[in-house]
Design a protein around this ligand. Sequence first.
Ligand SMILES: [Zn+2]
Length: 476
Amino acid sequence: MAIRLFNSLTRRKEEFIPRESGKASIYACGPTTYNYFHLGNARMLVVFDMIRRYLIYKGYDVTYIQNFTDVDDKIINKAVEEGYSPKELAEKYIREYFKDAQTLNILPATVHPKATEHIPEMIEIIEILEKKGLAYSINGDVYFAVDKYEGYGKLSGRTLEDMKAGARIEVDEKKKHPMDFALWKNSKEGEPSWTSPWGEGRPGWHIECSAMALKYLGPGFDIHGGGGDLIFPHHENEIAQSEGCLDNEIFAKYWMHNAFITINQEKMSKSLGNFFLVREVTEKFPGDVIRFYLLGTHYRSPLDFDDEKLIMASKGLDRLKNSARLATEALSKILPDEEPQIEDELLQASKEARRAFEEAMDDDFNSAQAYAALFELAKEINTYLAKDKRQPYSLTEAYNTLKELGDVLGFDLEEEEEDSQGGSGKLLQVMDLVLEIRMKARKNKDWATADLIRDRMKEIGIVVEDTPEGARWYLK
Ligand SMILES: [Zn+2]
């Protein structure tokens, strides 16, 4: 079956037909490296990792490019705060990125290009745009002229008039049109800068991705991805610059965007301050549980965050791991046999699970629906193990199928629960119990017991805090 995916550019599901048969090329906008990444960023990273893994499972040779934006106002400001140079700060958070990515079992990209290592490529594009009259420079700044590019607004579905009406536009005397955006910025004293035809300066954010995507994937590559908040202006601008430079040749064929993570129905974001770093969440929950939570909802639907949802995810993942473990144990006690003449119900269930899994994933990478196929197979394995007469062949097949499909989504179902991250399903359940007992003691005004629990917890490195919403805990 062919894969169908939702293309943000055409606003409908389309069959995935790659530029080159058997190959798939993906560019995903990576993080700006001035902090650890938060759960909202993690959703995007895990979603595109899942898409990549499924394409590999379907037999595609996948090239996956994910950049680091390592020059930016935020980096410059944060560097001053932390007492590093901007370069050192960016390097630090790139190292930290790989630690968190590994915790979430996100595969390293084919290439992780850094913006600062592609300045000549950016300058080259800007020069072409200037020659074509699509860009103009003023006192060391270069702007893209949005009204000179006919397709501007095609991704976000907005006209220039809408944008002008919708945006809070700072009056900038230098710009010819209020929506024009910077391709190159004249650098201020002490900022990182590079020599260019327009003087010492640094690139704008949008041009970075155009330059790196075109360098590693070339025009007309398959999938350009990112979080939904990048559609405008970032991706709209990427299209305008790239296609402007390419004589309107297509830049990327399919544009894919994941929805937000919300907390109390509000978008999780750095600017709103209501975000959780992956680093913080892994103090309570193992990486695979966080990943299981992130993929448990279709990537285009909003996903709400609270501890309860992660506890649910932990239980779900445990069910799958449990069936895999029971199957291995049973298999270790019986001798292998040949493929049976007649398929028993477990062999049929394995085939059905694979079919249902692929059907879900082919339909715009519906990982939530794919979970259902895994749960169904896990249930069949458990039922089968309770029977007297079992065929080792069928059990092996079922186990391998469960393991393989779990792997496609990035879960190692053989992995034992581990406490190295400081959390596990069992710990969560024990902590639920401890806090419940403490709450009862407080209700009975048994302050001595309540305090004893809190103090003893502190001794073992678990901080219990009382909040208006009840007690919370975290590992010290
Ligand atoms: Zn980008």
